[in-house]
Ligand binder design. Structure first.
Ligand code: SF4
Ligand code: SF4
Length: 187
């Protein structure tokens, strides 16, 4: 196992800032700066044992997530398209005291395939940086950023789609580089 414990918490990432990094502007700029390196890192990760990688990102997420206040951020709710299924729409419309027809016309877009998404970005239910329907939020909201879901190496593309906006993803992936001993040009 190539994870070396959590001693890296003592270190700044790339000597840039306090760790974990939560400055959204810094993360956005860093994502541009590290774009080539991150492509190489994804190739590097594809060559690792899938189960070990799942455990590594799960452990890092469990350690890092409690150090980041999602209510200071809310960036996923400000920038992601949220999918909803019928049961979730039924639950939330009932909670809000609305008929499904009211709820659907206010909050949803529906595709021809039956796919439903929240029709606004930022999400309608974001108040400040917090979810106003937290107990009734959707499965995709609960799952994000999904480091607990198996087969992480098949989700590298989607993870990196959100790397520039989610401090949890940014810190997990940058710490993983250190833990895995990745160096540019390794892949
Ligand atoms: S339902 Fe809540 S958690 Fe989900 S995107 Fe909207 S505000 Fe965020
Ligand atoms: S999951 Fe990521 S993007 Fe969403 S609020 Fe938490 S830190 Fe911010």
């Amino acid at each position: 196992m190539w994870i070396k414990g959590l001693k890296h918490y003592l270190y700044p990432i790339k000597n840039e800032a306090t760790y974990p990094i939560t400055d959204l502007e810094f993360i956005k700029n860093k994502a541009v700066e590290l774009a080539t390196e991150n492509h190489e890192f994804q190739d590097f990760l594809r060559n690792l044992n899938s189960l070990s990688l799942d455990k590594a990102v799960f452990d890092l997420s469990e350690a890092i997530s409690p150090k980041i206040e999602c209510t200071d951020c809310g960036n996923c709710c400000k920038s992601l398209m949220v999918n909803i299924d019928e049961e979730e729409a039924n639950n939330l419309s009932a909670h809000l005291g609305q008929t499904r027809a009211e709820f659907d016309s206010k909050y949803l877009d529906k595709g021809e395939s039956g796919r439903m998404v929240v029709n606004a970005i930022p999400c309608h239910f974001l108040v400040g940086n917090s979810c106003s329907v937290y107990e009734h939020r959707f499965a995709g909201c609960k799952e994000f950023p999904a480091f607990h879901v198996p087969d992480f190496n098949k989700r590298l593309f989607t993870t990196y789609m959100h790397y520039d906006r989610c401090p949890i993803i940014f810190n997990v992936m940058e710490t993983l580089k250190l833990d895995a001993g990745f160096k540019k040009g390794d892949s």
